[in-house]
Ligand binder design. Structure first.
Ligand code: FCB
Length: 463
């Protein structure tokens, strides 16, 4: 079957037959430090760019911050127990750099490392495999004050920090991902300014792309030298659809290939470099950088939420998150949307996984995030989130179709374990399998969590 036909076959909504995943397939959940931990000023944690950004009026819905969030810093034992109850096999979480090095460099704060060591030990005690993300967007503010990701120094500091964390946790964590979604860090944070640190210069966004990738490469090298078993990076990838090949190639370059090609082929795509010349001369790329960035990895983390559809349209202004996209319209049809306004299209996940298999062969894949926000209602102690169940069911089937067609997909981590601080959307958007009442910090597994427990138990979905 062709990739398109496979994707179409998986596109049928509504459940069909039961499906079983390969033996050893890893089912889990994902979170990130700033989104759940709270305890922003405890045990020596320094400020991050998200502390600063969320305190800047108008940047986050409702003026929300991560100061308390899900209070996971204090409740991690209960949260791990809750995961164990759900039968979760793997847990992807991120380390807050400002807990480890409050100023982003120099002295290490042992209490920060202690917390993650306790968390990892708790996970092992419950038979849950820890998957560590070293950077999920909470850059120490002092590093931003010195240039942030537009400065090459930050890449070096990141590698040092990675080595410090591995030094403490390396004997009990096997799987390491360097960065989460560098596209968001660079283009939302430095280009469009809708994420921290809120800068709005396309030249900065391109410099950030490179220094993030260099940081990945330098950190990966340190981890490798220290004996890390599995090293990867997580990218937010989306199939780009539409009838105009030129528009599709342009946006695919900016969204996908600008990260995939350097990491998996050791080069920036020529068309992307050319198109960006109006913003940057790329002089931040030095001899040898691409060898560092392109060193082999063991696992590619795929975050997939929604496809993108584009078409050429005369007079269209550039989309601020895609610098240089004048004349390209981002279009949506009347398909189902989540509470984020994101199109629901499971077949695009099959398409994406098969494209990675075809264009970047040889690197095992893991879905490090997939999930959806809906307007959940807690009613009588229950959240009947049928739409989330249908969403996950459709996407699990889509992943299965890709495996059948040859994708080397090793696991699936649902975003998110529990409702949390959804960046610029504050607490307004709920992605959790578990409902969080922020006033009482009470956790209630939604129907989707109970359904997911069955999926994990059966290693598959039911008819
Ligand atoms: C991704 C982020 C994650 C979460 C989901 C909804 O871009 O990595 O932290 O916010 O989106």
């Amino acid at each position: 079957m062709s990739a398109e036909a496979t994707a179409e076959a998986a596109a049928e909504t509504g459940r069909t037959g039961g499906l079983t995943f390969p033996q050893g397939f890893l089912w889990g959940t994902a979170t990130a430090s700033y989104q759940i931990e709270g305890a922003a000023n405890e045990d020596g944690r320094g400020p991050s760019i998200w502390d600063t950004f969320s305190r800047t009026p108008g940047k986050v819905v409702g003026g929300h911050t991560g100061d308390i969030a899900c209070d996971h810093y204090h409740r991690y034992r209960d949260d791990v127990a809750m995961m164990a109850d759900l039968g979760v096999q793997a847990y992807r979480f991120s380390i807050a750099w400002p807990r480890i090095q409050p100023d982003g460099s120099g002295p290490v704060n042992p209490r920060g490392l202690d917390f993650y060591e306790r968390l990892v030990d708790e996970l092992h005690g419950r038979g849950i495999t820890p998957i560590v993300t070293l950077y999920h967007w909470d850059l120490p503010q002092s590093l931003e004050d010195r240039g942030g990701w537009t400065d090459r120094e930050t890449s070096e500091r990141f590698a040092e920090y990675a080595a410090v964390v591995h030094g403490r946790l390396g004997d009990r964590v096997g799987t390491w991902t360097t960065l989460n979604e560098p596209w968001c860090s660079a283009f939302l944070g430095y280009g469009a300014g809708v994420h921290a640190p809120g800068r709005t210069d396309p030249a900065d966004a391109y410099a950030a792309v490179h220094h993030l990738l260099l940081g990945h490469g330098l950190a990966a090298a340190r981890l490798r030298a220290a004996g890390a078993r599995q090293i990867g990076i997580t990218l937010n990838l989306a199939p780009i659809g539409g009838g105009d090949p030129e528009a599709v190639a342009h946006v695919d370059g900016l969204q996908n290939r600008i990260f995939l090609d350097p990491v998996l082929r050791g080069e920036y795509p020529a068309d992307v470099v050319e198109r960006a010349r109006r913003f940057t001369d790329w002089s931040f790329v030095r001899d040898g950088d691409l060898d560092v960035i392109g060193a082999p990895i063991d696992l590619l983390g795929v975050n997939y939420y929604s496809p993108t559809t584009v078409e050429l349209r005369a007079g269209q202004e550039a989309n601020p998150v895609h610098p240089g996209s004048e004349g390209i319209a981002f279009v949506q049809g009347d398909e189902e949307k989540t509470a984020m306004g994101w199109s629901v299209k499971p077949s695009a996940l099959t398409e994406l996984l098969l494209r990675l298999t075809r264009d970047y062969p040889g690197t095992p894949l893991i879905i490090t995030e997939n999930g959806a926000a809906f307007d959940d209602v807690l009613d009588g102690g229950r959240v009947a989130d049928e739409r989330r169940i249908a969403f996950l069911d459709g996407h699990f089937r889509a992943a299965h179709a890709a495996i059948e067609a040859g994708a080397d997909l090793r696991g699936y981590l649902v975003w998110s374990l529990m409702d949390n601080f959804e960046w610029a959307e504050g607490y307004a958007k709920r992605f959790g399998l578990v409902h969080v009442d922020y006033a009482s910090q009470r956790r209630v597994p939604k129907d989707s969590a109970l359904w997911y427990r069955e999926v994990i138990r059966r290693n598959g979905v039911q008819a």
